[in-house]
Design a protein around this ligand. Structure first.
Ligand SMILES: *Cc1c(COP(=O)(O)O)cnc(C)c1O
Length: 455
């Protein structure tokens, strides 16, 4: 243990490889199905949406996949990211636990999402893709991909969930500064969007619908446009593994090793990014770190969802994968301000959770915002509401250690800053937030909303 606060690495310490958990995982990947035919997908089907290099990464069983020099050069703009000891937070909590966090908010877009946006734009560029389409919720993924596309001179269309487009315009403006074209989803530009608008002209949209629109535009472009996703897929989790690899080195500098590693989960990528390299150490080197995923009670896919094959999107155009899901037509409650609203969860993470190699907990949003302020009032950084789910769980672990007197070492991923989320903070401060539990009746009906594949 040292008195150091910031554990910093140099440019040479930026990982040269992405780590693929599938090489070491005791659970084999499940098959992926074509949503139209319900037959196993072929690389042909996937190649309508993704360049071949990313498809190969998606199905690779290689343990380490080299990071292209061009990508590492761009990573230098914000990597390695700092690992911090939260000593002032520990003191405020009066806990004997040591709390560390890995800070991904130093990237230009303010979150971990740039870690995958750059390689996705890179592989599309070298494959000759003319333009990309994507969806975004609050706009973190859209901002990260907008910058990446500008760097590689690729036009980008972003389908942004309408309620965010209207209520959180600043991320939209940021995307536009990087040259992206941003649409409020559902739009009347696609069949998927039109179908939703026919049912409800005032639909606030959802991530599932926005994904359908972006997929449809790419799939009907005769190969000129491809689609990019900022979470859930295996290649995205793979790209995020650099978070955990750097953290391993930095914990070593601190002369400590985490008893528990914590991350928030939307589609699962930032959690996978910090946790999978530590899971490798558990599986191969006899370490026993607990890996804890934290989700909102309003969108509790791991803790309340079913582990089943489901569509990746609302309009049933994206591949069918086996994951913990709330059903592809899940619509989050409008009162829910904290993000992490996707209906499913990364298949790799889902399978590991099913095997008991990963733990999960769901938290209420008021407790999340309370934790966010405890953190910002001691450590200074205002976290993204998503990241604050991880802070809530880290504080709860530290308070538990206070009761038992245990000198537990806690590491969490601070996936992004909250500078574009001030409307949500204002709602919290003016008592405008309510806790919401996704209702049990809705959970009981999930199986009726699934495609019925049991293989
Ligand atoms: C997108 C996002 C998340 C959730 O996505 P994952 O793929 O689960 O990581 C979490 N935190 C921040 C700051 C985000 O932008």
């Amino acid at each position: 243990m040292s008195d150091t606060t910031r554990f910093l690495l140099g440019e040479n310490d930026i990982p040269k490889f992405w780590y693929n958990i599938n090489a070491d995982s005791p659970v084999a990947p499940n098959p992926v199905y074509n949503p139209a035919t319900k037959e196993p997908v072929t690389p042909d089907f996937l190649s309508v949406l993704f360049p071949m290099d990313l498809i190969m990464q998606e199905i690779s069983s290689e343990r380490y996949i080299p990071i292209p020099d061009e990508v590492r050069d761009i990573y230098k703009l914000w990597r390695p990211t700092p690992l911090m000891r939260a000593a002032r937070l520990e003191k405020a909590l009066g806990t004997p636990a040591h709390i560390y966090y890995k800070y991904e908010g130093v990237s230009p877009s303010g979150s971990h999402k740039s870690n995958t946006a750059i390689p996705q734009a890179f592989y599309n560029k070298i494959a000759g893709t003319h333009a990309l389409t994507t969806e975004t919720g609050a706009g973190q993924w859209g901002s990260a991909l907008s910058m990446a596309c500008k760097f590689y001179d690729l036009p980008l269309e972003v389908y942004m969930v309408k309620v965010s487009y209207n209520q959180k315009p600043y991320r939209r403006f940021l995307m536009e500064t990087y040259g992206a074209q941003v649409f409020a989803s559902p739009t009347n530009l696609t069949h998927a969007g039109q179908a939703i608008l026919d049912q409800n002209p005032n639909s606030p949209g959802s991530l599932g619908v926005a994904i359908s629109e972006a997929v449809e535009v790419a799939a009907s472009s005769s190969g000129t446009k491809k689609y990019a996703l900022g979470s859930v897929l295996h290649h995205v989790c793979l790209h995020q593994s650099i978070i955990g690899e750097e953290s391993l080195k930095q914990m070593d500098m601190a002369n400590e090793y985490p008893d528990v590693v914590i991350g928030c989960v939307g589609g699962g990528s930032n959690f996978a990014g910090i946790a999978f390299p530590f899971l490798r150490e558990n599986l191969k080197n006899g370490k026993r770190t607990r890996l804890l995923a934290v989700e909102p009670k309003a969108a509790p896919s791991l803790t309340k969802g079913v582990f089943a094959f489901d569509y990746g999107d609302t309009a049933r155009m994206a591949p069918i994968v086996k994951m913990y899901t709330l059903g592809h037509d899940f619509m989050p409650a409008e009162i829910h301000a904290g993000g992490l609203r996707y209906h499913g969860m990364a298949p790799t993470l889902s399978a590991l959770y099913d095997k008991g190699l990963i733990e999960a907990v769901a938290v209420h949003q008021k407790a999340v915002f309370e934790a966010a302020l405890t953190f910002s009032n001691t450590e200074g950084i205002l976290p993204a509401p998503e990241s604050a789910h991880a802070i809530r769980a880290a504080i709860d672990e530290a308070l538990e250690a206070k009761k038992t007197g245990e000198k537990k070492v806690i590491l969490f991923n601070l996936s992004g800053h909250g500078h574009f989320d001030l409307t949500a903070y204002n709602a919290y401060l003016s008592n405008g937030l309510e806790d919401f539990d996704y209702p049990d009746e809705a959970i009981a009906h999930i199986p009726e909303h699934l495609p019925g594949i049991t293989a």
